[in-house]
Design a protein around this ligand. Structure first.
Ligand code: GLU
Length: 232
């Protein structure tokens, strides 16, 4: 289980996320990646090895997005490699996911997705299943789809998700894996651990098990598993 950082706000998510991931390097990891939402697109870049490899890979690119998610991976399913690194996307690239933990029933979910929807998998990870699952379940909002997806997922996980057609929003869900949220200057944050965000935040929320976060630049909503608003 390794590092997650998500940002939604008014600044460039790219630099904030890379900086936050570096603060989590002490946990150890085998690869790193980032997804940025910009002009109706989700752009994903990922590299095996150090965060420095990812930085080098994107150094010449003018990557920008006010919303983004990033991850340092500690492989449990599939070798450490560029393609198995997170974020993972669904078939048409409309959903991007980072994930800490394990989806225990990923084999069943994989079979169901390929039989029912003809989904083709491109990586060896359990995490890719989550991106496709949310993609096929998304009929309305991203939060609706994430709620439906987590009902089908067994295991321990913290996930953070972006949808191409919902700019300026990140949705996160925690089940038996650490997750925090924070209100900051110029934007709001989610992360797997506090050090990632300390320098940016005015206020930190500790997210509890089976809670969802809906983060926009203006606010963070916390919902319990019955979708009731939680005051914290
Ligand atoms: N199970 C996922 C994978 O192997 C997530 C690993 C992690 O928590 O970093 O890709």
């Amino acid at each position: 289980m390794c590092g997650i950082v998500g940002y939604v706000g008014h600044d460039n998510a790219r630099d904030i996320i890379i900086d936050g991931l570096k603060k989590l390097e002490y946990r150890g990891y085998d690869s790193a990646g980032i997804a940025l939402q910009n002009k109706g697109q989700i752009i994903v870049r990922k590299r095996q090895g150090k965060i420095a490899n990812l930085e080098e890979a994107i150094a010449g690119e003018d990557l920008y997005g006010n919303t983004g998610i990033g991850h340092t991976r500690w492989a449990t399913h599939g070798a450490p490699s560029d393609s198995n690194a997170h974020p993972h996307i669904n078939g048409d690239g409309s959903i991007a996911v980072v994930h800490n933990g394990i989806v225990e029933n990923y084999v069943e979910l994989k079979e169901w997705l390929s039989e029912e929807y003809g989904v083709v998998f491109r990586t060896e990870t359990d995490t890719e299943v989550i991106a496709h699952l949310i993609g096929v379940l998304k009929k309305t909002t991203l939060e609706d789809a994430v709620y439906e997806a987590v009902k089908m997922m067994r295991g321990a996980y913290a996930i953070v998700v972006l949808a191409k057609d919902e700019p300026g929003k990140i949705v996160a869900y925690r089940k038996d894996a650490p997750l925090i949220a924070g209100l900051g200057k110029g934007g709001n944050f989610v992360a797997s651990d506090i050090p990632a965000l300390l320098k940016y935040l005015n206020k930190i929320y500790l997210v509890e098990n089976n809670e969802m976060l809906i983060c926009t630049p203006e606010q963070i909503q916390i919902l319990d598993q019955d979708r009731k608003q939680v005051k914290r």
